[in-house]
Write a protein that binds this ligand. Structure first.
Ligand SMILES: [Zn+2]
Length: 157
């Protein structure tokens, strides 16, 4: 049922997007060994849409699937993380008109063990927040990063 959103669509701005009912990604933060915040990013395979770039794990939402559930499901599939160790804090919607991408912001108590679990991702990494903008980013993630960076859950509690 959660796969019924797989497919291409077009927003009213004329972009081509993956996810007939929108898409969602998980922006997960956790404290690194030095206590400074890191975020979990995925390097996408060269053949994928805007491939060979870094972004958050995520993908198409199912027709009746909440963004939060889709983001956690996709992140678990792509990185092997355990959604039970993740606490969702908030979300941010980038609405293109007729299509929207929801960034689900969440925190983990520590750097969870992750690996690239499917063909779409070639690597996953916990990236220090100041280093994110130094990477070659997926254009959608690059556009949202200045906003969502400021919404990251505060790890100092
Ligand atoms: Zn669009």
């Amino acid at each position: 049922m959660s796969r019924d959103g797989d497919g291409w669509t077009e927003c009213t701005a004329g972009h081509r997007h993956w996810g007939r009912y929108g898409a969602a990604g998980l922006l997960l933060t956790a404290p690194g060994g030095d206590g400074a915040a890191r975020v979990l990013l995925q390097h996408r395979a060269a053949y994928s849409h805007h491939g060979d770039t870094w972004g958050v794990p995520g993908g198409a939402r199912g027709r009746a699937e909440p963004a939060e559930a889709a983001a956690l499901r996709e992140a678990a599939e792509e990185t092997g993380l355990n959604p039970g160790e993740v606490v969702v804090a908030s979300s941010w919607v980038d609405d293109h008109g007729g299509w929207a991408y929801t960034t689900v912001l969440a925190a983990a108590p520590r750097l969870l063990e992750v690996h690239a679990e499917d063909r779409e991702s070639t690597a996953v990494a916990w990236v220090p927040v100041p280093d994110v903008e130094l990477l070659d980013l997926h254009p959608g993630f690059a556009a949202s990063w200045p906003v969502v960076r400021d919404l990251l859950p505060d790890l100092r509690g």
